[in-house]
Design a protein around this ligand. Structure first.
Ligand SMILES: [Zn+2]
Length: 1004
């Protein structure tokens, strides 16, 4: 099976690879498959395929179509990229698959039936599930722990059914083929002996001098017998690892077949070998060029029943160097700044998709032609943002394992996507809120829709967003527009910077809501001073499902002191003069432990470090130890890097107490909406813990934490003694140490790309590096018996571990000076100031369930972190030109049904350019735990079907049940409540919106 592995970015950028190599590979492919009429090829990265196709001569396009339809060219997976499987969260993982498969279907008219995932560093259970639901029949994995490879070989289990952890009957199984050897290059694919296999790589390009150019000689009449028999022996050994007699032998490597000559070299030598073997009956063998589909067809012809395996293939470990295991658990955390940026685009794109679909369908139905034209023109931007996000899901992108300049290029693309999707969301929200009168006047003046703006600026991707202070004139209230992209009601803590203390806030109905004003601090060098020109306004918004809702900030006559936070600190700057009176009631932090308290929770903090020690549930009186500790593993030089994690075995201490000796600066704000404690350790770390004074569950029972960290800033030894100079070889983590009994061999649970939870049990002898697992949104530990469960929810991908009983930790940041010898060739030293957000939730539980699941409250908090409310500020229009709210859904979906996406599908004729009148809706049943007691006050019902009468506020002319990527129709439904989404499953629908009847001719 000839193939070429094309990374859309790694040592070069996506575009550089395309122009230098990939465009030639595709060009040669068309030419050479025409000449060598029995040769086959597979391709999988649609990011490259579409780039080539859209620039290719029409005759070449036609030839590509013919090759695909003849079966000689198989497009496998059909993803925009070969997605990473550890760090990628559900939305982006599915979206890149939709983007790729939609393109394929619209342009080439094919639906992939085989999956090909051979380079991601470990394999998760989400990819096979999504492939299965999108119509793929069988898939391939490659990089799994060497001990797994050995075990699968011994058991002859290389072809197995991959079963989901929740799946009792096997109805979501997918056939999976494990490659038996280390990697996919020819050296490792013909059989167990790399030195022999090297002799079967026939590429010879002038000027290239490699290990295979020394070994291999072209096949001719003299050597064919000896070479054929040697090869057959390798094939036979490979075959012995499987219970059938079919062997798949990939012939390729990274960016292979870029020279036309390689096509001829590989083809002619292999053609001679297989002719020789096939023509001699004594070999009892038949060898053909083939694709994945050919392999799986042959296997299926021989076998119907396969053993099934549940779980996933993390942590990946190789024994490439020095024969010692190397654990690939560093990349779970490498470059957290990018991992956060990715999720910001993910949330922003999702909001823009839903708002765009809603506004476009509405404008078409209402005959708002100018708006329709504007939105049609902007569809291109939406597509570009999808593709920028999709590109970043590549296994060298979100993993942080590309060269620094390539990471920079990815970030520029993510930032562009963020900018465009925020603008698109603003436009669409404005369309939905404008009053008919305002719309008419806009129409006639031909003013574009740009009156809803973000409340922050971000000039480059490298800087964190900076909130802009808003003035509130006396007679002109400020309008805030909020979009709840969830299909359930939500309460959102809204923060706005204002320039005045005399403000109040009203909701969409004109009712006043409780507010709090917090100080904004300024570091004077000799302490922290409270600014008198800007303040943080805090209030809790109540947002109906899938709604755009307006809130108003008004100037009041008289400032109310009750809404101002009480302030405590140990680091006030000296007062500027004697008459200075701070705008907030300010106190010193008293010695001893610190307590923050709400109606539901009591939090105890260490008064010196500002770190949480325990959480008391006031209703039950239950106290849970939750000591937070920051420390760092000193990493082993050259063995810890972008991919690998390995603590230094010769370090004086296994964990460096990096914050010891530092003088933390404490700040406490407490008011009617929230109480929070922040602690600053120089410029390296700021850690904030917050509880809310609200009645709504689960917000009232959860603890919010925020980390702002920067290991890339200037080192200041007086501020942060303990940190090594320039933080070399530092793997910083945050650990929660609890009194929860999760076993002597600690057990914990990690999310699988946001789809399900996977159980992990510590294996002490392989070290901490073999016990770190990827999370994209959640990790939890719980008592072995009925008791408590602690869930940590996060807004970005990271590594997590439970190394000792009662512990749960996440890696926060990594800085390694040296390359870890896995191909990238660089250390990782481009750290930036990064913000990570978490919810910490302690619940009662009846003990571990057979299938671990997050509680309903944890799902709710995860959705809150993953899909934050969009906040826009009205500029340049009067408040009365907007309606108070707009609603897409007549009523919420039941608690477990999450709207994954609602995205306008492309016009099949112009898939990168124009929208169609169809939208793809994907629903996920998040299947909350039955064991953890949790209360969520903002949604109702645990059903797997929308409530009777649930409807969109748009006219829909047709609803079809489809495959996950919308390319295959499964049936028709009349209304949303006819759709059932079983537990843990995803279901897709295409909605068709009617075009308006043609306009009647104007009356005479
Ligand atoms: Zn790769």
């Amino acid at each position: 099976m000839p193939h070429s592995h094309n990374d859309p970015g790694w040592l070069k950028t996506y575009e550089e690879y395309y122009f230098h190599q990939t465009s030639k590979i595709l060009q040669n492919m068309i030419e050479k498959l025409r000449v060598h009429t029995n040769m086959t090829f597979i391709w999988s990265e649609i990011s490259f395929l579409s780039l080539w196709y859209e620039r290719a001569h029409p005759s070449l396009r036609q030839q590509m179509k013919e090759l695909v339809h003849s079966g000689r060219l198989e497009v496998a997976t059909g993803g925009w990229v070969m997605t990473d499987e550890a760090n990628v969260h559900l939305y982006a993982m599915l979206d890149q698959l939709i983007e790729g498969q939609q393109w394929l279907w619209n342009v080439l008219g094919v639906q992939p039936v085989s999956g090909w995932s051979v380079d991601p560093f470990g394999h998760g259970a989400a990819v096979p599930y999504l492939l299965r639901e999108s119509g793929v029949k069988a898939t391939v994995v490659q990089r799994i722990h060497y001990a797994w490879k050995q075990w699968l070989a011994e058991q002859q289990l290389g072809d197995f059914q991959w079963r989901q952890v929740w799946d009792v009957s096997g109805e979501a199984d997918i056939l999976c083929h494990n490659r038996p050897y280390d990697i996919y290059s020819i050296k490792h694919s013909c059989g167990p002996h790399p030195q022999i296999c090297l002799g079967y790589d026939f590429r010879k390009v002038p000027g290239e001098y490699t290990e295979y150019t020394i070994k291999s000689v072209p096949i001719d009449d003299h050597n064919v017998k000896q070479k054929a028999e040697l090869l057959l022996e390798q094939y036979g050994r490979t075959g012995s690892l499987y219970p059938h007699n079919v062997v798949l032998v990939p012939i390729g490597d990274d960016f292979r077949y870029d020279h036309a000559s390689e096509w001829d070299q590989q083809y002619s030598s292999y053609q001679r070998l297989l002719t020789f073997i096939n023509n001699d009956p004594k070999y009892h063998a038949n060898i053909q060029f083939g694709t994945l589909r050919d392999y799986f067809n042959e296997v299926q012809n021989r076998m119907r029943d396969y053993p099934s395996l549940q779980g996933d293939f993390f942590v990946y470990s190789d024994i490439f160097s020095e024969g010692r295991p190397a654990y690939w658990s560093g990349y779970y955390t490498t470059r957290p700044y990018w991992k956060v940026l990715d999720r910001q685009l993910e949330a922003s794109l999702r909001s823009a998709e839903i708002l765009y679909t809603w506004a476009y369908a509405w404008a078409v139905q209402e005959g708002q032609n100018r708006v329709v034209q504007l939105l049609e023109k902007d569809y291109e931007k939406l597509v570009r943002a999808r593709r920028n996000l999709a590109l970043f899901q590549h296994h060298d992108a979100i993993t942080g394992t590309s060269k620094a300049y390539v990471m920079h290029d990815y970030a520029i693309k993510l930032h562009e996507g963020l900018h465009d999707t925020i603008a698109l969301a603003g436009e669409a929200a404005e369309v939905l809120l404008l009053t008919p009168g305002a719309m008419a006047s806009l129409d006639s003046r031909a003013v574009p829709l740009h009156h809803l703006q973000p409340d922050f600026e971000r000039l480059t991707y490298e800087r964190l967003p900076r909130k802009l202070p808003r003035s509130v004139p006396r007679n002109q209230p400020r309008l805030i527009v909020l979009f709840n992209s969830l299909a359930q009601r939500r309460y959102e803590v809204v923060k706005v910077l204002v320039t005045s203390l005399d403000v109040r806030v009203t909701d969409e109905h004109g009712h006043e809501v409780p507010v709090q004003l917090n100080p904004v601090w300024n570091d004077t060098g000799s302490g922290m001073a409270i600014l008198s020109t800007q303040f943080e306004l805090l209030f809790v918004a109540d947002l109906a499902p899938l709604s755009v809702i307006t809130y108003c900030i008004h100037r009041t006559e008289r400032a109310s002191l009750d809404v101002r936070a009480a302030v405590y600190s140990n680091n006030y700057a000296p007062a500027p003069d004697q008459n200075y009176s701070p705008p907030f009631e300010s106190h010193d932090v008293l010695p001893g432990d610190i307590q923050l308290e709400s109606d539901h929770l009591k939090l105890l903090f260490d008064g010196t470090t500002g770190m949480l020690r325990s959480i008391t549930n006031k209703a039950s009186g239950r106290v849970t130890q939750t000591a937070i500790r920051y420390a760092a593993y000193p990493s082993a030089q050259f063995k810890s890097g972008a991919y690998l994690f390995k603590p230094d075995p010769n370090a004086r201490e296994p964990e460096e107490d990096v914050l010891a000796g530092a003088k933390p600066r404490l700040f406490i704000h407490s008011g009617p909406v929230a109480s929070e404690l922040s602690v600053m350790f120089g410029s390296v770390l700021m850690h904030t813990t917050r509880i809310l004074h609200v009645a709504h569950q689960p917000l009232a029972s959860a603890v919010h934490m925020e980390n702002t960290f920067n290991l890339g800033g200037r080192y200041n030894s007086t501020e942060t003694p303990g940190f090594p100079p320039h933080f070399r070889e530092t793997e910083l983590f945050m650990r929660v140490m609890t009194d929860i009994d999760n076993g002597a061999e600690p057990t914990f649970y990690t999310d699988q790309s946001g789809l399900n939870m996977q159980k992990r049990v510590r294996v002490q002898r392989i070290g901490i590096q073999g016990n770190y697992f990827p999370i994209t949104s959640a990790a939890m530990i719980e008592d072995n018996a009925p008791g408590r469960r602690l869930t940590l929810l996060t807004n970005h991908a990271a590594g997590a571990a439970s190394w000792q009983q009662g512990w749960l930790e996440v890696m926060v940041e990594r800085r390694t000076f040296y390359d870890d010898a896995r191909g990238m060739g660089e250390g990782v030293t481009d750290q930036k100031r990064t913000v990570g957000r978490y919810w910490l939730l302690v619940e009662d539980t009846r003990g571990p369930e057979p299938v671990a699941r997050l509680s309903l409250a944890a799902h709710h908090l995860a959705n809150d972190l993953n899909y934050p409310t969009s906040l826009l500020v009205l500029e340049g229009l009067n408040v009365d030109q907007l309606r108070a709210s707009a609603h897409l859904l007549s009523q919420p979906l039941p608690c477990p049904l999450h709207l994954v996406t609602l995205r306008t599908l492309p016009d099949p004729q112009y898939p990168s350019l124009l929208p169609s009148k169809n939208a793809l809706m994907v629903l996920q049943n998040q299947a909350p735990s039955c064991s953890a007691s949790s209360s969520v006050s903002s949604c109702s019902g645990l059903g797997d079907t929308p409530f009777p009468g649930t409807d969109l506020s748009l006219q829909v002319s047709g609803i079809q049940r489809t495959s996950l990527t919308g390319t295959k129709v499964h049936g028709t439904v009349k209304s949303l409540p006819e759709v059932t989404v079983p537990h843990h499953r995803l279901r897709a629908l295409t909605l068709t919106f009617p075009s308006p009847p043609p306009h009647p001719p104007p009356a005479e």
